[in-house]
Design a protein around this ligand. Structure first.
Ligand SMILES: [Zn+2]
Length: 113
């Protein structure tokens, strides 16, 4: 499962940050996940428990903030919301929309000890 390896990567990143910054426990983690990131939010939630066992994240609350997809139309220059990759511009009905957000998954913040 794709989300499981994403979650493992995130947990590993936070473990490394825990060593660097010297915290030992995370109470809450907030993730930002773009609608166009190709990530199933429910699968992420499901992966969180088993992946965080025995780490600084064990027992932490997971909050996931979904970000809308957004892009810049190369034909009319408008910033538009997009539902899916390769959607046409909803304003002018044509044009390639260069995505500017909604494809990312990142840790927004951590509440730690
Ligand atoms: Zn357009």
């Amino acid at each position: 499962m794709h989300e499981l390896s994403l979650m493992e990567g995130m947990v590993q990143g936070i473990q490394e940050e825990a060593l660097r910054r010297g915290f030992t426990r995370v109470h809450q983690v907030r993730l930002e996940v773009g609608r166009l990131a190709g990530v199933e939010v429910e699968a992420l939630r499901f992966a969180f428990g088993p992946t965080t066992e025995g780490t600084v994240l064990e027992g932490a609350l997971l909050e996931i903030l979904e970000l809308p997809g957004q892009g810049l139309c190369q034909a009319c220059g408008q910033t538009v919301e997009v539902e899916a990759r390769f959607d046409l511009c909803p304003v002018c009905g044509e044009g390639f929309v260069a995505l500017t957000s909604g494809t990312e998954m990142r840790v927004k913040d951590l509440d730690v000890d």
